[in-house]
Structures are given as C-alpha cells and as structure tokens.
Design a protein around this ligand. Sequence first.
Ligand SMILES: Nc1ncnc2c1ncn2[C@@H]1O[C@H](COP(=O)(O)OP(=O)(O)OP(=O)(O)O)[C@@H](O)[C@H]1O
Length: 586
Amino acid sequence: MNMAKRLLAYSLPYWRWLILAFAMITFTALSINFLPVLIQRITDQCLMNADAPADERIELLMRLSVIYISIAGIGHLVRYFQAMLTAWIGQKIIYDLRLEVFRKVLRMHQAYFDRTAVGTLMTRVTSDIERLQHFVTEGVVGSIADLFMLFGIMGYMIYISPWLSLAIFSTLPLLFAFMFYVNTKLRDANRDIRDRQSRLNAFLQESLTGMTTIQLFNREASAMEDFDERHTKLRSAYFDEVRWFSLYFPTVEGGQALAVLLILAVGGMMLLQGSEAITLGIFVAFLAYIRDFFRPLGSLSDKAGSFQIAMASIERVFALLDAEEEVQDPAQTEAPDRIAGTIAFNKVWFAYNNDNWVIKDLSFSVEPGQVLAVVGATGAGKSTIINLIGRFYDVQQGAVTIDGIDVRQFNKHDLRGRLGYVFQDPFIFTGSVADNIALQTPGISRAEVIHAAKTVNAHNFIEAMPEGYDTVLNERGEGLSLGQKQLLVMARALAQNPELLFVLDEATASVDTATEVLIQDALAKLMANRTSIVIAHRLSTIRHADRILVMRHGELVDQGTHNELMAHDGYYRQLYDLLQHSPEQK
Ligand SMILES: Nc1ncnc2c1ncn2[C@@H]1O[C@H](COP(=O)(O)OP(=O)(O)OP(=O)(O)O)[C@@H](O)[C@H]1O
C-alpha cells in the first residue's frame, strides 16, 4: 500500500474532526480570497466612478470597508481555530502511531534485536516519528489548506479577468517542473541523512555502553576517528539537503517577480489601450492576488520538501511495523494451571544463522524438581538451550516441550511468566530497589518483596542502603557491588515465583568469598523444589546437580551424575580437571 495513504489511514478515527477542519479551510479560502474583489469594487465603484454622486460613493466606500473588515476578521479567526484543530488531530495520530511502534518493538523476537542496532531503533521511535508528526500536522492538512487557498485565488482571478489570469498561469508549468526536480533530489538527500544519522546514533550508543572498555584500552583516539568519519558523512548529507532546499525560495520569489512583471506589462498595456476587459480595480486586485497567490505556493513547495523528508521516515517506520515477528503465538494456546516441570528436548536442531547449526539433534529431559547442570566449553550451545525453552528463538527441527506440551503451543507471555532467570550480568532498571524486585508485577506486595530479599540474603544490604527498599537505583545499579546486584536479581526471580528456573552460574572472581557463600546459599534456595537448568561453571553447582549434560559443539556428548561421568573418563573429566585448576574456583 502506498505509504502516505497508509499513514492517512491513521486519521480515520478522527474523521469527524477532519471534516470540520476541511469545512473551516473551505470557509477561509472563500472568505479571505474575496477581499481583493472588494478592493476591486472600491477602486472601480467608489474611487474611479466619477459619474456617481460623491455621497453615494462615500456611503458605498463605508459599506464595503465594513464588509471588508468583517470578512477579514471572521476569516482569520476561523483560520486560527482550524490551525489549532489540525495540530490537535496530528498530535493524536502521532500519539497512536508512536504507541504502536513501541508495542511492536516489545513484541519483536531476539533475532531481530541481534540484527538491529539499538541506535537505529531509537531513531525510529524518536526522530522518525517526530518527522511524521510534522508531516501529518503541517504537511497533509496544511497542504490541503494551501491548495484550497490557491484554488480559491485562481477561481477569483479567473472570475474577474480570464485573460490576465491566463497570462500569469502560463508561468506555472515551468515552475512546477523545476520544483518537482528539486523534490526528487531532496528526497535522496534526506534518505542519506536518515541512514547516516542512524549509523551515528548506533555508534554513539555502542561507545557509551562500552565506555569503560574504550578508556581501559586507550581506544579514545580511534573511537574519535570513527565518530568523526560518520559525523563527516552526516554533515555532507545535510549540506546536500540544504543546497537543494535553498533553491526553493529564490525560485518562488523569482516566479512572483515574473508574475508582477506580467501584470504590469500586460495589464498596464491593456489599461493604456483602453481595453474593455480590464479596469484599474482589476489591475489593483490582481497585484493583491499575486502576493496571496505565491504565499501558499511557496509554502506548498516548502511542504513538498518536508514531504520528501517525511516519506523517508514513513518508509522506515512502516518497515519496522511490517517486520515479521518470527516467534508468534499459535491460534490456539495451551495454558495448564500449574506445570509439574518436565522439560524435554526432542531431536532439536537449531541455528541462529541459516544452516550454521548451533544445536545438533539434541535430546534430553529433566524431571520435575530436578536440577540439571549443563557443562561444555565456551560456545558449546549451553545458553542457547535456555533461549530455546523461553522461545526467544524457535527451533528449526524437533521440539522443546514442557510437561509434554510443545513450547510453541503456549502463549509467549504465559510461557515466560512461568520461567525465572538469573543471569550473570544482572540488569537493573531505573527505580527503587523494591520496584526492581517486584518489576511492577500485579499482586506482589511489599511483604513478599521483603520475604524474597530475606530468602536470598539480600535483605541486610538493602536495609543498610540510605532509603532501604525505597532507595532509587539508576539503570547501571550504581552503588551496588556485582555480588549485591546478583542477589537482587535472585530476589527478583524468587518474588515472581517461577515454575521453572534457569541460572547462568558463572564463577566470578570479582565476588569475595563471603558474598560467594551468600550467592551459593541463595541459589540453593531458589532451586529448591523447582525444575532448574543451570549453565554451570562452579564446581560445587556441578557436583550437586541431579544430572549433568555435557555439550560439545552443539552436540550432547555425555550425560549422567557427576560420579557416573567421572567414571566414564571422557570429555567431562577433561572439563572438570580444567575447571578444578581454574583460579576462579574457590
Ligand atoms: N544471538 C546470536 N546470534 C548468532 N550466533 C549466536 C548468537 N548467540 C550465540 N551464538 C553462537 O551460538 C553458539 C553457541 O552459543 P552459546 O551462547 O549457546 O554458547 P555457550 O555454550 O553458552 O557459551 P558460553 O559458555 O561462552 O556462554 C556460539 O558459536 C555463538 O557464537
């Protein structure tokens, strides 16, 4: 569907207001453009009509002047309300659209975020939408208002002097052809600007996130160079746009001068020759019309420029709205009340990209309440297993089931509500400690928040914070140590009371022994009576697991208890020996 048409579809809910706006536009175009006709009458019937008695001419002058001021007053007042109304409609439309865009972003699957830079998405939701706002409020309705004004003026001009009108209108095709050409150039330039802006944003976002690494490795100079390269490209794209844009007004003003010249020459000549087709009033009215004629024309061409700009943004916003959601809810979902907790992989094959298999023919199952540890070298596919259970990605072959139900049969929201995650890199939201634990889940009371924190040994350090549970944290959890952040996200996981638990259990050198003991204890409590899968790096976790999967290059190479696997004297034993000698193990 044509992009602009599609955008206009968003105005449908406001059609009544739009009709009112168009009625106001029509009224304004008809009333304000009638004013030069009055000037013509005043000139011809009052000033130049020497045959009529002076009293009558003065009276007529007074009457026409009152009519003039009334029409001008009402016309401009209606124009004011119409501008307010159209701006209001535009804001409503943009509000709806921005909500829809963010809702779409929230629905997108992980692979989409793997491919799309954060900066690019930021540009979509912020500056692209802002451009659309301009397009809808001033662009579409404003252009229609300008067109009405233009047609109104042309109608009156033809009405008072067809010949003079013809002379002026003959200059228009050339002017329009030139404007059309400039528009195409503007559109290209603007597409470049958006592209480059979005690349610059993505780079900036990445640099800010990785600032510590940049500074640690003295990468400031090369970061500056990369920034400058992108920035220079953006500057030249902007300059390209300005170059074409600057041509507009001289063109419009030049057209106006040409039209005035035509009136002076053609109209003046006709007047001097005593032509019946023209009077001094018509001559004066035409000069007034020319000023009014080029104003909407100039504004139209200006808007044509912003149309091009908006078009590029519209394309991008709709491309986002149309992006395929690869992980979809089925038409009919399964929603068991409470699940027992059997997780099974059945001949699962999975690749993040094309046929680059990361999981190869994987089959295993975990019984309710069991703790399953997954071990393997880095890149073996351990985290991928967890991603597949939560449907952050869908398997290409085989099936992942929970209590015998394929995870693709669940509603995503329902499925994820049953899962709890404790990741290595704890994410803290801006907000209070209590909010970070409850995550605004309805039904989690303050008492439950505190209970969860106490269970995972987080209560003491939270209480010691300046405002306790109401202490406001920023997005990086500034003021909290890594160990404290980990305990906090464990409290979060526990408060949600998940049915299944996934843990990325990294032995971290940055946590002191006392905190390590607290974390271990918290983990044990979290996993108690819950089917849990742990991507295990700590020897203690591995040893205490009910069962261990040994992964290598996406394949299951062995499974069993710690003792069974040690007895096999295979790959597990090698891994175990390596871990035992790792300095991170306490
Ligand atoms: N989002 C992704 N897009 C593309 N490839 C990915 C993605 N995530 C992981 N991979 C690739 O899939 C493979 C398995 O990754 P996975 O994260 O499951 O390994 P892992 O065993 O958990 O490793 P680690 O112990 O280092 O966390 C790796 O080769 C990795 O490069």
